[in-house]
Ligand binder design. Structure first.
Ligand code: ZN
Ligand code: ZN
Length: 340
């Protein structure tokens, strides 16, 4: 049978089509996926709402895979299981030359700016492969890439031990940020519009949960923090209201980290930033976080697996994408398993 690939051809339209066996160049691996994860990026691409990913596009950037052939000097043996770092930076722009390739201005993420891994076989620059422990259950490491994003937020936040941190938006992205901050010793206040999301955040260990629509929501945060506000406020909702809440609720000399991709314009008064001398930081992709993510995922297997809400098989790939049309909150992590 010929290899196949999954292609999105127009908003909410896709097909499985015959694929060519990829040519493996020097320095590359030939891989086959074992499990892939879908996230908000895939949802936006499917909806045609991601200008960086024009159609037709083979999506897919979160993957556990098996090496079939290694044409690099790493000499990984066939059968080695890996997770892929899906980014590719240019090496010559300002960000790259300043040690921050994760925000390269010409970054090419698999499945976004270039075709991704939802196909029977794909190639990967060998330097972008992270070898997994010899474990019978490597499929849970599909969470590695999204976890690196949360670990990068922590890198941007710095030392949070014992400090109040607000996570505005505790859905799929925010709940990973919440976990990472808590593991680093932060005291987390979850902030959301949704009661059910806040209930999940509480179950995950948030010390306080504040409903963003409460008239006294700001006052609740100020009271929790002894009138100071939070040391670090992380925006994970991708909404201007959440950006503005983070700016209001950050303490003097606090940090605001923007992780959600809000496309809306926020009302920001420059003098408020000056008066509180806020550090406002973006957090995009990740840099150097895969080894730590793999280490964390090696432990607490059950709690990580609990993040996966839906499993599909490769021949149900179109159903998996259809599910992303559902309401946020009706699913968390969707994974797709390829045959062993
Ligand atoms: Zn993703
Ligand atoms: Zn660059």
């Amino acid at each position: 049978m010929h290899p196949q690939r999954f292609v999105i051809t127009a908003p909410f339209e896709s097909r499985l089509e015959e694929d060519l066996m990829p040519e493996v160049r020097a320095g590359e691996l030939l891989c086959r996926p074992l499990r892939l994860g879908l996230c908000g990026t895939d949802r936006l691409i499917y909806a045609g709402a991601m200008p960086a990913a024009p159609f037709p596009r083979v999506p897919g950037h979160e993957v556990v895979a098996e090496v079939i052939e290694d044409r690099s000097e790493r000499a990984l043996r066939p059968g080695t299981r890996i997770v892929a770092d899906p980014y590719k930076n240019c090496g010559v722009c300002h960000a790259c030359l300043n040690g921050r390739p994760n925000c390269c201005r010409s970054n090419q993420t698999l499945g976004v700016q270039r075709d991704g891994i939802i196909r029977d076989f794909f190639t990967l620059d060998a330097s972008r492969a992270h070898v997994l422990p010899d474990d019978v259950d490597v499929r849970r490491f599909v969470l590695a890439e999204p976890l690196t994003l949360a670990l990068h937020v922590l890198q941007r936040a710095g030392d949070v031990k014992g400090r109040w941190c607000l996570v505005a938006g505790v859905g799929n992205v925010g709940s990973l940020v919440q976990r990472v901050l808590q593991r680093a010793g932060a005291r987390v206040i979850a902030w959301s519009l949704s009661d059910s999301t806040l209930a999940k955040a509480r179950a995950l260990g948030a010390e306080h949960c504040v409903k963003a629509t409460d008239l006294d929501a700001d006052a609740q945060v100020m009271e929790i923090t002894g009138g100071e506000g939070v040391s670090v406020a992380v925006e994970c909702a991708g909404k201007s209201a959440a950006v503005e809440a983070c700016l209001r609720l950050a303490a003097f000399a606090g940090k605001v980290i923007l992780h959600g991709h809000s496309k809306e314009t926020s009302a920001i008064k420059g003098s408020d930033i000056v008066f509180k001398e806020l550090d406002i930081l973006g957090s995009r992709n990740s840099h150097g976080c895969f080894p730590l993510a793999i280490d964390w995922l090696s432990r607490d297997v059950e709690s990580w697996n609990a993040l996966i809400s839906h499993k599909f098989s490769w021949n149900q790939i179109q159903d998996a994408f259809e599910l992303t049309k559902g309401l946020a909150g009706s699913y968390s992590k969707i994974v797709v398993d390829f045959p062993d």
